[in-house]
Design a protein around this ligand. Sequence first.
Ligand code: ADP
Ligand code: MG
Length: 247
Amino acid sequence: TGNREQLLALRQATVSFQGFVAVDRLDFSVAAGELRCLIGPNGAGKSTTLDLICGKSRITSGEIIFRGEPIHTYREFRMARTGIGRKFQVPSVFRELTVMENLEIGCSREPGVWHNLFRFSGGADTERLERLALLVGLQDELSTQAAHLSHGQTQWLEIALILAQDPALILMDEPTAGMTAHETNMTAELFNRLRGQHTLIVVEHDMGFVRDIAETISVMHQGRLLAQGTADEISEDPGVREAYLGS
Ligand code: ADP
Ligand code: MG
């Protein structure tokens, strides 16, 4: 990660549920501007790790440092304001509203730096909405009711709604789940456009997609970080091969 500023660090982060250790002394860090993929067999602890980072679950021991602050001591309601945005597997768009109306709502809740900047120049909000729509490939669907979007388009709308909040860190859990091969390719292109502009942690099981987007891949197994590196490095790692075969 070179000389980029460290944005997030989990240090010996551990969580157990009724004695079952789902995340086990995990050391994991991400630099500002990184697009990090988190992979691992089912039950490895990937979703739980995202839960810990966004405050949905609490660590039982260890630390989570975000922008130099120990955020594991925060309550969840503060987390969103902290600058961490999360996309869950089930989309949460307003199905009765159009793409444009969804984006308008997305851009207006929790006004942040972005919003305030653009309030000063009249009409610039529309410009920003259109820019977001273009970024996620929904520029021709602005007047489409969200209920009529394809599965992939719905996911992209939700990604746009998260981007509208301008979070410093974006967490996504299996964004390509249920997508067609074409939609998955479009999503890889979208992520490549986001590269460098945002910091993302993306949990994925589609290795083709991961290869298309990731610089560094972190592999989890049984709650721990098993390996980290490029797609080629981790695919040659004997421990990684064993973890996938043994699951
Ligand atoms: P992954 O996303 O890598 O497939 P998860 O993080 O969802 O894995 O789960 C890791 C392990 O922790 C699994 O064995 C799962 O059953 C267990 N687990 C996750 N959340 C809970 C919970 N709230 N209560 C009990 N066990 C849980
Ligand atoms: Mg999961």
